[in-house]
Write a protein that binds this ligand. Structure first.
Ligand code: PMV
Length: 327
C-alpha cells in the first residue's frame, strides 16, 4: 500500500488575468491536503477508484472517459507500467470548487501515488504536465497555475506563454522570495463555484470588448509585479493596498459576488490590511492580510459574517495552516 498527498493552494494575486498571459502569484497550503492511497488489486481487475467523501466507486474500464480514469492511464503510460491492477482511494481535506485547488490536488496526489506505488520518481514538471493535460480536458482553458503550484509545492511566480502555431511554450515558473513572513486569514463563502463558469464568462466579455479587458488584465499584472517586489523586500505593509486594488479590478472583471464582498468588508472592518477573493470567484474563498494583532479579530469577524470555514496560514514562516473555527 502506498500513500501520497498534495497540498491545497491559494492565488495571492493575478487570477483570471493569468489566463491572458499576465503574471500571478500562487502559494501552496501545506497543511490542507488531498490524499491518494494505492493498493494492489487482484490480477485482471484493472484500475478501481473509491472516493468515500463523494460516496463513489468506479472502475477505469467501466468509466474510461472519467477525468481521473484518463489521468491514471496517462500516468501509468508515462511511468511505463501497463496493465496495472490497483485500487486507488481518494480523499481530501480541501473544500471542492472553492478556489483552493481541490481538483489539482486530488489529481496530483493520484499521480504521485501511482508513481510511488510502482517505485518510479516523477519530477514536479512531469507531474504538473500530466495534471495540466487532465485539467485542460475538464476546464477548457486553464492557465496551468493550479497544477504548477501544487506539483512544485512552493510559492511561485507564474506567467503563461502565448500559444504559437507550433503549440504552447512552457510557462515561466519562478520561486517567490518572501523576505518577511506574513499572515493570511482565509474565509470560505460556502458557495461552490465551478472554475470553468466564471472563466468562460470572462472569455465572453473579453471577446466582446477586448480593449477594455486587456487594460484590466494589464492593471492586474502590474499589481502582481508590485506584490512580488514587496514580498522580496519584506515590505508587507505595501501588500494590503495591492490586494485591495486587485479585488477592485476583479469586481470590474465581473467575478466577485455579494457573499465574497460581505466577507471582504468584514475582514477590512476588523483590521485586515487588505482583502480579496482568491481563485475563480463567484463563490469559494477570500483571503485577508492581517498582522498578529488583527489575526483573531479578523477570523472572528469572518465567522460572524457567515464564513463556513476560517483558516489561517503564515507564508514564509515555519508555521502551517490552522483552522480557527467555523467547521
Ligand atoms: O481553480 P480556481 O478556482 O483556483 O481558479 C483558477 C484561477 C483562474 O485564474 C481563475 C483560472 C486559471 O486557469 O488560471
Amino acid at each position: 500500500m502506498t500513500l501520497a498527498s498534495a497540498p491545497a493552494k491559494l492565488i495571492l494575486c493575478g487570477e483570471h488575468a493569468v489566463v491572458y498571459q499576465r503574471p500571478a502569484i500562487a502559494l501552496p497550503l501545506g497543511d490542507i491536503r488531498a490524499y491518494a492511497r494505492v493498493a494492489d488489486e487482484e490480477t485482471g481487475r484493472g484500475i478501481r477508484f473509491s472516493a468515500p467523501d463523494l460516496n463513489r466507486t468506479w472502475s477505469a474500464a467501466d468509466a474510461p472517459n472519467e477525468t481521473l480514469s484518463e489521468l491514471a492511464r496517462a500516468t501509468l503510460h508515462a511511468i511505463g507500467v501497463a496493465p496495472a491492477d490497483v485500487h486507488i482511494t481518494l480523499t481530501a481535506d480541501i473544500p471542492i470548487a472553492s478556489g483552493m485547488g481541490s481538483g489539482a490536488a486530488i489529481a496530483t496526489a493520484l499521480v504521485r501515488g501511482l508513481a510511488a506505488h510502482f517505485g518510479r520518481a516523477l519530477p514536479p514538471a512531469d507531474i504538473s504536465a500530466l495534471v495540466y493535460a487532465s485539467e485542460r480536458r475538464f476546464h477548457g482553458t486553464p492557465s496551468g497555475i493550479d497544477n504548477t503550484v501544487v506539483a512544485y509545492e512552493q510559492a511561485i511566480w507564474f506567467v503563461r506563454q502565448a500559444e504559437t502555431a507550433t503549440g504552447a511554450p512552457p510557462p515561466v515558473i519562478e520561486p517567490i522570495r518572501v523576505a518577511a513572513p506574513f499572515i493570511l486569514v482565509i474565509g470560505d463563502t460556502g458557495r461552490r463555484s465551478a472554475t470553468r463558469l466564471p472563466v468562460g464568462e470572462v472569455r465572453r466579455r473579453w471577446q466582446a470588448d477586448p480593449a477594455h479587458y486587456e487594460d484590466l488584465f494589464d492593471q492586474v499584472g502590474a499589481i502582481a509585479l508590485q506584490a512580488r517586489a514587496a514580498l522580496a523586500d519584506g515590505a508587507v505593509g505595501q501588500l494590503g493596498a495591492l490586494l485591495n486594488d486587485n479585488q477592485r479590478l476583479l469586481e470590474q472583471i465581473g467575478v466577485s459576488s455579494p457573499e465574497l464582498e460581505h466577507l471582504i468588508a468584514a475582514a477590512r472592518a476588523a483590521g485586515a490590511a487588505g482583502a480579496k477573493l482568491s481563485g475563480a470567484g463567484w463563490g469559494g474563498v477570500m483571503l485577508a492580510l492581517v498582522d498578529a494583532d488583527a489575526r483573531s479579530r479578523v477570523g472572528e469577524a469572518l465567522r460572524q459574517a457567515g464564513a463556513t470555514r476560517v483558516l489561517e496560514t503564515v507564508v514564509g514562516g515555519d508555521a502551517g495552516v490552522e483552522g480557527v473555527g467555523g467547521g
